[in-house]
Design a protein. Sequence first.
Length: 542
Amino acid sequence: MTTPRRATPSDRCSSAWFANVLAVLAAALLVVSSAAAADCPSCFDYNPCTVDSCDPAMGTCRHDPLNCDDGNPCTIDSCRIQDAFSGSCVHAPLPAGSSCDDGNGCSLNDACDTAGQCHGTALQVGASCDDRNACTIDDVCGDTGQCAGRTLDPGTVCDDGNPCSEGDTCMTSPAGAIACQGSPKNCADGDLCTQDVCDPATGQCSHPPVNCDDGNACTIDACDPATGTCTRTSATGACSDGNPCTINDSCSGGNCLPGGPRDCGNRGCLRGVCLPGDFGGCVYDPDRSLCPPAGECYSYVCLSSGSCSFVPNEGTICHEGNLCVVGMCGGGRCNIQINLCDDQNPCTDDACADPSTGACTHFPKNCDDGNACTTDSCDPSLGCVHTPTSPDTDGDGLPDLCDNCPAVPNANQLDTDHDGFGDACDVCPTVPNPAQNADACPEAVTDIVISRGSAFSKSSGYVTWNSTFEKSVSGFDIVELNHDGTYTRLNPALIPCSECITGNGASYFGIIPKHKSGRDLFVQMFRANGDLIGTFGPAVKP
């Protein structure tokens, strides 16, 4: 184990030893002042280029600039802020070739190199030089490249080159070196609140006021003329704690206390957050969660403009919330293509029992068509089959049990009067007659209408009418009623019937001489044997 070496007098004069002593003294001072400093709030000002501390006398914060001087004449020293919590001293090198002073009298034309160091051209050994000591003469460059001269006797009058000193004489230091020393020029003005300084360039005295500014906007700083000490008075009102993420900061007890948090809000789908520091504040970043929810076949992305953009998921498998089916996404929609519950058996009814799991059920298909005229069954290749029951007397494809006219082929099953008997075998197909009594079927003419003009002649007119039933009808006459009660036929020959064979009704059209009114016009219906069935009318105008 190595035994620690006892500090020597030379060690005590070293800068490292002196720094350690200062650190110990500072720690001791911190312990002494901890009671007062404990009353301070956080002195952090979100500026890493200031040294934040608490004034133990008042419990107020100080914010002194950070000293970044590296003692190198070939660098420009500054503090660079990276964010609210980190910063660093930056030592930017001067351009190569910039003039500098390396402090060595045995070099000429000192200039900065590309590495930011100051170098000069070395003089030859024995060359005259200036060691910048007024108490030496005959200065020459030695073998080591350093400038040195012959020392003058102590007490010799000299000039240290400082206009702000007087009575300069050569004196020997405790270390044995001789140097020119003088007494500082007396610039005192008797005012404790001014700094008594001498301009080293001119030797003139000046008295700038004592700088009591602690960098704290919440203290009113002043100098006490009786003692020369700085006094701090608490200020009131608004202030800034250096954090852009707080608002309504205010002074209290000589310190700037933060107010409430800054609400940056959102800009569309851009979520606002506040970042502290000199370069902080509200920033807005895309946040997809602020867009509408995504679907199975689409999603949304947040654009830098704050708007949500619809993005279809093309060509992906989808189920539209039902695992019993499967499809393909297209155009932002799920296009179902396959029913996974279809067992390809036409004799089963397939159903989805649980859409969340895709479980299916398969039941035998019910092929009952509710028609007593068919025998119902299921064919594994065709599905439900409905076979007509036998017999089918008229061979029209309908079994007798379900045929409304079993003796006459009538596949269309037309039943105009809806009396249950097909027109093909109904004794009066236009008049309901469930008993099929031919005598109960009225043969009549209806809807007799007369028109004054005819497309055939300006001096003629025409009559239209309908027949209800033509079972034993031969034809029709259009007649005019005379004043004596007789009738005159206006058509040249009997107008033949058109549905005499079927027994249905029909519509008719006949041309007559032009009449002023139809009140004297009638239509007569005749049987096949020539008997008059009836006279119907009078005709009406449309």
